[in-house]
Design a protein around this ligand. Structure first.
Ligand code: HEM
Length: 334
């Protein structure tokens, strides 16, 4: 005889013995992803479960006529729109080294006319590490160190990579790329595709990137040795004290047949890239996290004129961001 789920749930509330089983059965994919981050990086109360180390900043964005021709979003109307930004270091460890060969992050909250908002979180690699949301937790699980050796089980890792070869592309890119010398001197990519719709209802699929106007800069071998673990925030603060740190917001235009649903696959370099705006970073918060701590940069909060693509990784992002935000708000400030 099968018990109806409701009866099990009711029993769970009165019987401590049943509760773990019922709770386990209810773990969502998003909770599993956040649990996998905690298993790999440890639990750091109050901190984001991914891109845990970071700093809040502020500034504004101004769109171009090219942006306006592609999308009716008010962000491109040519006026100055206030922005709250967060720069971050990859992974779930708030004490990670700024010299780590991981991604750097640039997350933005645009405050737009008529109560609209645009939230976006971008990384310093043109591709993401999974093509499907279901790969996220096993990708991290394969990297959890074996307590006996202090290293991930090499057989498990090899097997996962062989079965999911596209999940090795971001690592290969980061292995070759220099470690960024500044949050303000590295490219940040959306990796996911989005759809721009203009005033004439014409549609164009795009991926975007924030390109530092002063050029990119990697750490030298000497700096890798001599710089302390934490240097990115002081470096950014010193830069911004001299002049705004400016990023060109560039949009890569998809052509027919380009893959829109897999962020591990970059589009050919021959695709047209157009300048759609400029981001100016003018302030850096003094205490880590003061203006952006309670924000989660949910990439599906989009203004009218920008729509999500059908990329399953993009569509899977809001739920784990919500889980991580929920956990860190319950835990209180770090
Ligand atoms: C299934 C896929 C993904 C999962 C499970 C995931 C999970 C998470 C989680 C849990 C957070 C912390 C959220 C918070 O506490 O506010 C986060 C932050 C972040 N993610 Fe993802 N993510 C995914 C895909 C992506 C992709 C495709 C990108 C690439 C652009 C990305 C870039 C970032 C960045 C830059 C942040 C930090 C945002 C900030 O500074 O607050 N993520 N992610």
């Amino acid at each position: 005889m099968r018990f109806p789920l409701l009866a099990i749930a009711a029993a769970a509330t009165v019987s401590g013995a049943l509760l773990p089983l019922a709770a386990q059965a209810q773990t969502t994919v998003a909770e599993g992803q956040v649990n996998a981050l905690e298993n790999l990086f440890g639990k750091h109360p109050g901190a984001r479960r991914s891109q845990a180390k970071g700093v809040c900043a502020g500034g504004y964005f101004v769109g171009t006529t090219v942006g306006r021709a592609l999308s009716s979003a008010s962000v491109f109307n040519g006026e100055k729109h206030p922005v709250i930004a967060r720069f971050s270091v990859g992974g779930g460890n708030p004490k990670a080294s700024d010299k780590s060969k991981s991604v750097r992050g640039l997350a933005l909250q645009f405050t737009l006319p008529k109560g609209e908002q645009w939230l976006t979180a971008n990384i310093s690699a043109p591709m993401y590490f999974v093509s499907k949301p279901e790969q996220f937790a096993p990708f991290l699980a394969a990297r959890v160190p074996d307590p006996a050796t202090g290293k991930p089980d090499p057989i498990n890792l090899k097997l996962f990579s062989e079965l999911n070869p596209e999940t090795t592309l971001q690592g290969a890119y980061l292995a070759k790329a220099p470690v960024p010398a500044s949050y303000g001197a590295v490219n940040y990519w959306s990796t996911n595709a989005f759809e721009f719709v203009n005033a004439r209802k014409q549609s164009q699929f795009v991926r975007w990137q924030f390109v530092p106007e002063s050029g990119t800069l990697g750490l030298t071998d000497e700096q890798m040795k001599s710089l302390p673990t934490d240097f990115l925030v002081d470096e950014l603060r010193a830069r911004v004290a001299k002049a705004p740190v400016v990023f060109d917001y560039k949009v890569q235009l998809a052509e027919a047949g380009d893959v829109l649903t897999d962020p591990t696959q970059v589009w050919p370099d021959s695709r047209v890239v157009v300048p759609a705006g400029k981001l100016y970073i003018t302030t850096v918060d003094t205490a880590d996290g003061s203006t952006c701590d309670k924000i989660t940069f949910n990439p599906l909060v989009l203004p009218k004129g920008i729509k999500p693509s059908a990329d399953p990784v993009l569509l899977a992002r809001p739920a784990p961001y919500g889980v991580s935000l929920g956990r860190r708000l319950v835990e209180g400030p770090k």
